[in-house]
Write a protein that binds this ligand. Structure first.
Ligand SMILES: Cc1ncc(COP(=O)(O)O)c(C=O)c1O
Length: 458
């Protein structure tokens, strides 16, 4: 495959060596496609098929993927749907419905006609990954070589480091996430200035609601952040790739904060601030083990001159992402891809949102309760990070008095409370993450009381 269109975009100059090299060759798919149209006898597909009656007692004459009869005891879905491989980039119906879901999540309405049109037209059809983690891994691999830096907040999900350092061998430029209880946009700007001097691209990873803090920017902070990224791109004239980890997207509990992904505001910019949306069914649809995630790339109208070019550009991008999938996981779990499609198609988005509302309410009241209980602790050695969403709160501990790991150990042994310590003194982090998402409301006051008591032991 030739990559004439992508080569003319700033996306290409930002790609890593792998990103430039990877593609999905025609191979089996080319010959299978041709065989479907041209052959009388087809022996292209590496999956066993037969007449059902030849492998299932009492089966019929349908030509089906061979399956074990016990499987049908566990699912109402047809074996035709759940047994075969999906296409490498994922089931087209699921990809298309997730794109509609992304459009729905933008909250644009009829009045936002031009924004809606831009969103529909200038994003790729999501490619299906093995959960959000696999999407993050792919996106990082696409843009980072071993010598490259990615900008990340000091408070971030620990698995990023496994992907960035341990797997890819790339480096992080971290910035202090908060300054005076607000997002440290100035610190991020300084990190961008530094990286723009030494790299031809800037790659940045953002995650709101954030793990481990639960932070979501206020609407004002979000608009300052977007403005700063825009200005930085204009100043440095290098593409800014923003990986947007939206794992906790729907769980926002306050009114004055950004209540949708920052992807949308970044996508509206004409400048080459290029957002890549990484979301999935894990938390959003509460199917943790389903392992279905999505990568969606925000394109800029200035990159192409007409619809044909746009189509070709999207195909090239899809081909590269599919090349990645093929070389790593080959394709994703078909059962859950079918399930996602059916969930949405047979219920409609509104019904799914309504069903999730119950869980949202449960989490919101826990969020309010844990914050109000934590506020009651009167101890100069702790501070709580600003939080408005997600599944967690983060308590900073005064590192001269209390070491996070020691505290977690003490809390567990003496008070039988389990939380996650994060101690990275080189990045100025010493604190504990509480996953209130997994604690019943009635137990939260007791949990906080025990934390308060344990703090007094130091
Ligand atoms: C910030 C963040 N991103 C991504 C993920 C991973 O999502 P998935 O389970 O879909 O790989 C998590 C899960 O804990 C997370 O906290």
């Amino acid at each position: 495959m030739k990559f004439n269109y992508i080569q003319n975009t700033p996306l290409y100059s930002a790609l890593s060596e792998i990103g430039k090299r990877i593609f999905l060759p025609d191979g089996i798919f080319y010959w299978s496609g041709r065989a479907k149209n041209e052959a009388e006898l087809i022996g292209t597909l590496g999956a066993a098929y037969g007449y059902e009656k030849d492998f299932i007692e009492g089966g019929n004459s349908d030509w089906l993927p061979c399956y074990l009869k016990e499987i049908t005891d566990f699912s109402k879905l047809s074996v035709k749907e759940i047994i075969p491989y999906t296409s490498i980039g994922g089931l087209l119906e699921t990809r298309k419905i997730w794109k509609e879901w992304i459009i729905k999540k933008s909250q644009y309405n009829q009045k936002d006609d031009s924004l809606l049109h831009r969103l529909e037209k200038y994003i790729t059809t999501p490619i299906i990954t093995g959960g959000v983690t696999n999407g993050i891994f792919q996106a990082c691999s696409m843009f980072l070589d071993a010598s490259d830096y990615i900008i990340v907040p000091n408070k971030r999900w620990g698995n990023y480091d496994n992907i960035i350092y341990k797997f890819i061998g790339a480096k992080t430029q971290s910035f202090e996430f908060f300054k005076d209880s607000e997002m440290n946009i100035k610190g991020l700007k300084t990190a961008i200035e530094k990286i723009a001097k030494i790299q031809e691209k800037v790659v940045l990873l953002l995650n709101f609601p954030n793990n481990p803090t639960g932070y979501v920017p206020t609407k004002e902070e979000a608009s300052n952040l977007v403005e700063m990224l825009k200005e930085s791109q204009i100043t440095h004239k290098k593409p800014i790739i923003v990986l947007v980890d939206d794992a906790y997207e729907p769980y926002v509990y306050k009114d004055n904060v950004l209540n949708r992904s920052i992807f949308y505001d970044l996508h509206q910019l004409d400048e080459n601030v290029i957002p890549i949306k990484l979301d999935g069914i894990t938390k959003e649809l509460l199917i943790y083990g389903g392992r279905v995630g999505f990568i969606t790339i925000g394109l800029k109208p200035s990159w192409i001159i007409d619809d044909t070019e746009l189509q070709n550009l999207k195909e090239e991008i899809h081909n590269k992402l599919e090349g990645f999938i093929r070389a790593t996981i080959s394709n994703c779990n078909s059962f859950y891809q079918v399930l996602v499609h059916k969930l949405f198609e047979e219920n409609g988005f509104e019904q799914i949102i309504k069903s999730r509302e119950e869980v949202y309410r449960l989490l919101k009241i826990r969020y309010e309760t844990i914050n109000s209980e934590l506020r009651k602790i009167n101890n100069p050695n702790i501070s709580i990070d600003p939080n408005s969403g997600g599944f967690f709160v983060f308590i900073n501990l005064n590192s001269t008095k209390i070491k996070a790991r020691e505290f977690a150990d003490h809390l567990l042994k003496e008070y039988r409370v389990g939380i996650i310590p994060i101690e990275k003194l080189d990045e100025n982090i010493n604190g504990v993450r509480i996953a209130y998402c997994s604690i019943d409301l009635s137990k939260i006051p007791e949990l906080v009381k025990r934390i308060d008591l344990a703090l007094k032991d130091f």
